[in-house]
Design a protein around this ligand. Sequence first.
Ligand code: FES
Length: 117
Amino acid sequence: MKEEKFFKVCKLSDLREMEGKRFIVPSSDDSNDEVEIALFKVDNVVYALSNICPHQHSALIYDGFIENNCVVCPAHGWMFELKTGRQPAGAKGLDVYPVKIENDEVYVAAYSKKYNW
Ligand code: FES
């Protein structure tokens, strides 16, 4: 399998516990695309998810609140597990991306996705 290409996103200390932040990062698939991601730090673990809610495609996931290891979309309350991006009850989920922490820097390998909406 091809090794993931990680891009530096921010410092670990830029992230606050339980508070999301939005970033635009290059896609790791060499497509020249960019990916909008939401980063969350919960119990000192960093999660990277797509920032685009699959419900009405709002770029609001970063602004969601955290409950039971899920992020809740602030628009209409759809919930997504931080680890898997899956909805505890429902089909559509959020993409999740691998995260690496090195010397207080957060790196993410995110992939653009062609949506068929
Ligand atoms: S846009 Fe996220 S729940 Fe509606």
